[in-house]
Design a protein around this ligand. Structure first.
Ligand code: ADP
Length: 283
């Protein structure tokens, strides 16, 4: 079985001085092998992910307080949906809490922007997945000036403090920015327009967002500069190869679960006595 040369945790982490302009969305950091080898790796990883997720679920059922939150951000067509289907799809759905954050409703708009995020946090024992997140409040909101600068500017610090509180409460946060190149995005949008089975994914507004690409790059750079913290670092995942992005995120998630170091909950009953009672019963 082919192995990573550098773990995605090391290879993809947005550290100090990370430069998005120099980042290549078609690269495959840490992986020198073929697509077939990558797909085999993801499948194998999936088996382990499933087992770890079951341990987390069992822990939550027996009074544990831990959970894991995967935050997915990325431009249209970057493959957020594919991550949900192909990576999260490898684990038992009853242990997953998926939330998608679109344009805030009227009720949500009347609340603090973090309120709907708090309401969507995973409960103990679960893997939460955010398809878009509070980062939209410093991405689309900043790019389109939906609120003035004085309002969005303090949000970076506020988000860091919020995430610290979430982490201290027992939730591991794994933040992933999926980066697709403009050329690959164009090809994916074209596919949506050429295949009737993909029309449903197409939104004419996506083309308008595309014209704002440099502004989004700038907004993503600010997010990476200001919110890649020790307690909740960002991983920037090249997304031109869907299989690479999936296997990398599968591995990031697995490591987050491994770090919880959860065993199986001990029996809270007398195992020998219960076995004796079972044996005493007729077949
Ligand atoms: P997707 O494009 O992810 O498939 P949708 O079609 O529901 O899903 O799009 C979600 C839209 O909601 C995106 O255009 C995104 O920019 C927007 N959105 C998400 N959060 C906010 C927010 N806080 N303020 C304004 N727009 C937001």
């Amino acid at each position: 079985m082919s192995k990573w040369t550098t773990s995605p945790r090391e290879a993809l982490r947005a550290g100090k001085g990370f430069d998005l302009a120099a980042f290549d969305p078609s690269s495959r950091p840490g992986w020198d092998h073929s697509r077939a080898a990558g797909e085999a790796r993801l499948a194998k990883n999936g088996v382990r992910l499933g087992e770890l997720q079951e341990r987390l679920f069992a822990d939550g059922r027996t009074g544990g307080t831990r959970s894991v939150l995967l935050v997915l951000q990325g431009m249209d067509t970057a493959g957020k949906g594919g991550i949900v289907r192909h990576v999260i799809g490898l684990v038992d759905p009853q242990g997953v809490q998926l939330k998608s954050f679109g344009v805030p409703t009227e009720t949500e708009r009347a609340q603090h922007y973090l309120q709907r995020i708090r309401d969507g946090l995973p409960t103990p024992g679960h893997i939460g997945v955010f398809d878009r997140s509070h980062y939209e409040d410093v991405l689309v909101v900043r790019v389109n000036e939906l609120v003035p600068r004085e309002v969005w500017e303090p949000r970076y610090d506020e988000i860091n403090a919020f995430e610290k509180e979430v982490v201290d409460g027992g939730t591991t946060i794994v933040k992933v920015a999926l980066m697709v190149s403009p050329a690959e995005q164009k090809a994916r949008l074209r596919e949506r327009l050429e295949r009737p089975d993909k029309y449903w994914k197409y939104n004419p507004g996506d083309l308008d967002v595309r014209t704002q690409w440099p502004l989004y790059q700038e907004a993503y750079q600010a997010v990476l500069d200001r919110t890649s913290t020790e307690h909740a670092p960002w991983y920037v995942v090249p997304a031109d190869s869907k299989w690479y992005a999936r296997m990398a995120i599968g591995r990031l998630l697995r490591e987050a679960l491994e770090d919880l170091d959860l065993g199986w909950p001990p029996a809270d009953f007398d195992v020998e006595a219960e076995l004796a009672r079972l044996d005493a019963q007729p077949t």
